[in-house]
Ligand binder design. Structure first.
Ligand code: AP5
Length: 192
């Protein structure tokens, strides 16, 4: 089993690249953002709680997302590996993920960190906000709040995995295919 974390700020291309990576490497894609949005669409109690945080650009409480990932892992015991997109986003989530994977006798193989300038992130998200219907994309203040939250709470997650020499930076600007090729090159190096 080979497990990957695709890491990076809001708008860095995690979702775009995840779609291609899961096909190429036959991985199960676990995006906490996608799971939360489907809970909101289903108007579940979890979704209603999460919406309050997401609409403001804040992180949803750790216990909520850790519970979601734990049940997603249980639902797919036969997966060849997992691609985590948007999770973990705090030290607490990273430690919980390590424990959950240990129970499955596996671990994170590599953390790929997409590097994109802040102005490019804001531009990408505002562009998407014109058509996506995502409340957190169509307001520049909420976009900036998401980026602040990333620097305050999430960059520490890369430091956590750096201790285990698992983090590789990948330039996240350029064409989608170029970035995909750089990600694949790193993964292939680690798989060998
Ligand atoms: P989430 O859904 O994870 O959103 P995000 O991290 O803010 O990231 P995005 O989906 O906006 O961007 P992305 O990096 O996936 O880029 P994408 O490929 O979409 O989280 C949303 C919210 O949920 C959080 O704010 C939080 O409230 C909550 N949440 C989620 N996980 C949580 C957790 N673990 N703990 C607590 N709370 C959590 O691309 C963005 C745009 O750029 C697209 O339009 C795309 O077409 C375009 N694009 C992609 N690549 C390129 C390129 N190379 N060049 C030009 N444009 C590009």
């Amino acid at each position: 089993m080979f497990n990957i974390i695709l890491f990076g700020p809001p708008g860095s291309g995690k979702g775009t690249q995840s779609e291609k990576l899961v096909l190429k490497y036959d991985l199960k894609h676990l995006s906490t953002g996608d799971i939360l949005r489907s809970e909101i669409a289903g108007q579940t109690p979890l979704g209603l709680e999460a919406k309050n945080f997401m609409d403001k650009g804040q992180l949803v409480p750790d216990e909520v997302v850790i519970g979601m990932i734990s049940s997603a892992l249980e639902k797919t015991p036969q997966a060849k590996g997992f691609l985590f997109d948007g999770f973990p986003r705090t030290d607490t989530q990273a430690e919980a993920l390590d424990k959950l994977l240990k129970l499955k006798q596996t671990e994170i193989g590599v953390v790929l960190a997409l590097l994109v300038s802040e102005e490019e992130l804001v531009q990408r998200l505002l562009n998407r906000g014109q058509t996506s219907g995502r409340v957190d994309d169509n307001n520049v203040d909420v976009i900036r709040a998401r980026i602040v939250e990333y620097h305050k709470k999430t960059t520490a997650v890369a430091d956590y995995y750096r201790k285990f020499n698992k983090v590789f930076n990948v330039p996240g600007e350029g064409s989608v295919d170029e970035i995909f090729a750089s990600l694949c090159a790193k993964i292939d190096e680690k798989i060998q």
